[in-house]
Design a protein around this ligand. Structure first.
Ligand code: PEP
Length: 251
């Protein structure tokens, strides 16, 4: 039985003071939901302050990215080790905005996965096709390539600490959510590849869906057998909507 995992990606939003306030509100609204994991991912600059604001709450903090290199002369980058030292437990890697806006290749995402694991961070590996790739019938080929390259060389122990987020690029920030059936089709394929790579561990790895998840569509998505939670962008920016998504199906 996989424990649902809901993570909020705050992207490049919220000055530090507002990030602290939202973290406190999320804490209050989410309360204690013992049967799922929850994380929020602020900008690098707010990680320490948000980690302090969450104090002893079960909500964890994650980064939105980390460097592909170790500590050293890489101006502007933040290493996985530094991220961990600031209080992060998770890190989102291979988000489509990094792949498509910042031009990150599969090889770069793969290098970051290795650094994250070496630092003890739990990666959330994002995979997903663009609209053109979907329309050309290449969805599964693209997702399989991104997944295999991202996970290449990871030990079974590393795989057990990894979450995969299927995020169709055409659904991110567009309000156009994948139907539960569209998402499940890809999640089921990801599950098959995870089992090939990790044996029985593949059955336990959580696969989040991401792309315009909102309080009114999360229930249908979460009812699918291979959807184990959500990676939430826009709807994670208010405590109300995020806590409703976190609480789907609870109680
Ligand atoms: C995301 O940024 O990972 C995301 C899924 O965004 P949104 O929920 O706004 O589509």
């Amino acid at each position: 039985m996989r424990r649902p995992f809901i993570a909020g990606n705050w992207k490049m939003n919220l000055v530090v003071r507002d990030a602290i306030r939202l973290a406190e509100e999320v804490c209050e609204c989410v309360g204690s939901i013992p049967d799922r994991d929850v994380a929020i991912c602020p900008t690098f600059v707010s990680i320490s302050a948000v980690a302090a604001a969450l104090n002893d709450s079960p909500i964890r903090v994650g980064g939105q990215d980390c460097s592909q290199w170790n500590d050293g002369a890489y101006t502007g980058d933040v290493s996985a080790t530094i991220l961990r030292s600031a209080g992060a437990k998770y890190v989102i890697l291979g988000h489509s905005e990094r792949r498509h806006v910042m031009g990150e290749s599969d090889a770069v995402v793969h290098a970051k996965m290795g650094k994250a694991r070496a630092a003890g961070l739990k990666p959330i590996l994002c995979v997903g096709e663009t609209l053109d790739e979907r329309q050309a019938g290449n969805t599964l080929a693209v997702v399989e390539r991104q997944l295999r390259k991202g996970l290449e060389g990871l030990t079974h122990e590393d795989l057990a600490e990894t979450t995969v987020a299927y995020e169709p690029v055409w659904a991110i920030g567009t309000g156009e959510v994948a139907t539960p059936e569209q998402a499940q089709e890809v999640h089921a394929a990801i599950r098959t590849w995870l089992k090939e790579l990790g044996g029985p561990i593949g059955e336990d790895i959580r696969i989040q869906y991401g792309g315009s998840v909102k309080p009114d569509n999360v229930g249908g998505l979460a009812a699918m057998p291979d959807i184990d939670g959500a990676l939430v962008g826009g709807a994670a920016l208010t405590a109300d909507s995020f806590s409703t998504i976190v609480g789907f199906g609870a109680g």
